[in-house]
Each structure stands twice: as C-alpha cells, then as structure tokens.
Design a protein around this ligand. Structure first.
Ligand SMILES: [Fe+2]
Length: 287
C-alpha cells in the first residue's frame, strides 16, 4: 500500500477551535481527503503531554478519556464531540516503538487535551476516526523525536494518518495577549509580528519546503540551533511534534515526496500557525 501523507499542524491558541480561519479550512480539507481515502486511523503527537522517564514514550490507552477544558471557547464547540480511542492502534504503536528500542508503555488514565482534539474536531467534524495519541519525551531531544517518527513510519503503509500537532512559532511569553483577553480577538494585529518571529517562521518554511527525507530530518532538528530558536520557542514542547513529523517522512524513500505549505494564520501578534503536509494522496510515496 502507498504511504499516507504526514501532517505538521500548528494548533495555535485554544481560540483556533472557536474562530474560523484559513488553518481551520485547511484542517477540514485534509480530514475530508483522509476520509475519502479510507484511512484506518490517526496517530497524533501533540505538544501538551510528555513522558518524564528517560527514553520513555507513553501511548494513550484510556478507553473512555475525558477532555481537558478549553479556555476561551464555548463548551458547545467540543463537549458533545465523541472521542474515539484506538486501543488496537495503541498496541500497534507500542509494539513498533518497543521493536525500535524505545521504552514505550500504555497510559490507561490519560485524558485528551485540546492540542489533539482541537485538530480532530476541525479535521473530522462529522465524527472522530479511531485515534491513537502518543506522548513526547520531556528531555525534548529533537533527534529522539525524529526517531519516534521513523519508528512509526511503517504505519503509513497500513493506512494510518500520522500528525504532529505543535507550533511553527510558539512563544507564549512573547505573544500580545491584550486583544484576546479584553475583546476575545485572537487574530488582532495591532502591530506587525516582530522580526524574530518573521525570521524564524521563514526558516521553518525553508526547512520544510527544501524537501522530505533525511534532509528534512536534518533541517528540522538543526532549527534548534537557529540563533532565534529560543525567541520563537521559549519552551521546546511545541517544536517536538515537528521533529516527529520530519521523522515520519524522513526515510530515503521519502525524498521525492511533495511538501505542501497549506495555510497559515498569525495569532496574538507573534504566534505563527503554519500548516504543512509532507507527501500527498495524489502522488504517494511507495512503501
Ligand atoms: Fe499548545
């Protein structure tokens, strides 16, 4: 079976669930395409859950997870959405990770957070496909997270859609929060984004659009040495899902894959929500 594409989505603020945007339209488009192709399920790494033990990745195995509340969004936008944990997919992920030497284990009590279910609601408003959530590791090693993506890459040949949900430029300390807090306007731009945000956003685009395969892994992991990395990411959590996605599309066989810069929205002046797809349904990479 040809390989499914890999998505890197910047989920942005919680208000991306409640407000319409180009990113939301693109997420829906990607979801529609995936359903039309009959995907078996979704495997998603978010940015809000990290396993704390050395070399450990956790996989959500809670059969009836609750949803963590979403600030600044009316509960009607997410309360009724039925989550669909894929317990068989979780076991498949654990087995793949363990076979590649990771200390992977199930977590039967994990409740889902908006970094993943915001994306699922936007992609699949008519119903959540079977979904497996995998954690990051709190050491935030970019090469480690790329290896997690590589370990799960074979699932693309089994019909699973792999998604990293993080952020291209995501520094909560440097966002301009006033318009959102005072007026509920997350897209207000009273001033342009600051130069460090524009520069790093461009470097992310350059890294991704230079092509998939091993060079993508190198380009993405190297971004952590970018002089403006720490300005763009005060913490590493929203960058790791990009490393995961780069690994999932980081084999030599991925070198010919298309990379699509699908959509983008700036929020809170300095947060850049870029959306990318590596590979495509029209020209899939052979397994
Ligand atoms: Fe987040």
């Amino acid at each position: 079976m040809p390989l499914t594409p890999v998505h890197f989505f910047s989920h942005g603020s919680t208000m991306m669930l409640g407000e319409e945007s180009k990113s939301a339209d693109y997420w829906k488009q990607c979801g529609d395409e995936a359903l039309a192709q009959g995907i078996k399920g979704v495997v998603i790494m978010g940015a809000h859950w990290a396993a704390t033990d050395d070399d450990t990745i956790e996989v959500a195995t809670n059969p009836a997870p609750n949803k963590s509340p979403v600030a600044y969004v009316h509960p009607d936008k997410y309360n009724k959405y039925k989550l669909n944990p894929d317990l068989a997919g979780a076991e498949r992920c654990i087995a793949r990770l363990q076979s590649e030497g990771f200390k992977a284990k199930g977590n039967p009590t994990f409740d889902w957070i908006h970094d993943t279910y915001l994306i699922l609601i936007r992609m699949f408003p008519g119903g959540c496909p079977p979904t497996t959530i995998i954690s990051m590791n709190s050491y935030f090693d970019p090469h480690y997270h790329a290896r997690v993506g590589m370990a799960l890459r074979p699932l693309r040949g089994e019909g699973y859609l792999l998604i990293g949900s993080g952020g291209a430029v995501h520094n909560l300390f440097r966002n301009v929060w006033d318009p959102m807090i005072r007026y509920g306007d997350n897209f207000a731009q009273p001033t342009p984004p600051e130069p460090w945000a524009l520069e790093f956003r461009q470097s992310v685009e350059d890294a991704l659009c230079s092509g998939a395969g091993p060079r993508l892994r190198r380009a993405v992991t190297r971004l952590m040495k970018h002089p403006l990395y720490r300005d763009a990411h005060a913490t590493d959590d929203h960058f790791m899902p990009l490393c995961f996605a780069a690994g999932a599309a980081g084999a030599v066989e991925d070198e010919q894959a298309e990379v699509e810069f699908g959509a983008e929205d700036w929020e809170l002046t300095n947060m850049c929500n870029s959306q990318y797809t590596i590979g495509s349904w029209k020209q899939p990479v052979a397994a």
